[in-house]
Design a protein around this ligand. Sequence first.
Ligand SMILES: [Zn+2]
Ligand SMILES: [Zn+2]
Ligand SMILES: [Zn+2]
Length: 132
Amino acid sequence: MAFNLLRSASAERCKCGRIFTRSAYAIAKRDYRCGACKEDPAKHRARQAIYRKTPEAKARHRKLMRAIRLTEAGRLESRARNVCNKAIVAGKLQREPCARCGSATVHAHHTDYTRPLDVIWLCPLHHKEAHR
Ligand SMILES: [Zn+2]
Ligand SMILES: [Zn+2]
Ligand SMILES: [Zn+2]
């Protein structure tokens, strides 16, 4: 994911909104959660949902998306996602259960961003795994 390249290595903001220092170990493991969130993933999801609605989080997200679009890989990726979303709305592409576990909550995963309609349906967990 292009987005990983844009993350700085030390001071991080957890998706719950807290600023924390990420250890070298956490960086190697690609773990972006603060200590509190690691201890209680359910609470983390709740805090994350609240934080995402704040103007600050929205501004951060927009800035990140803009930065991603400035990279070649990011441009391809967001174009692929756009084409894919339109195809879903138009009924040309149908969501399917996760290819690995059958979960109904799925993301469209692209193996090749130059083929936007060539997607694998994966749940958030298996999608994350696919990007390791
Ligand atoms: Zn957190
Ligand atoms: Zn799955
Ligand atoms: Zn993907």
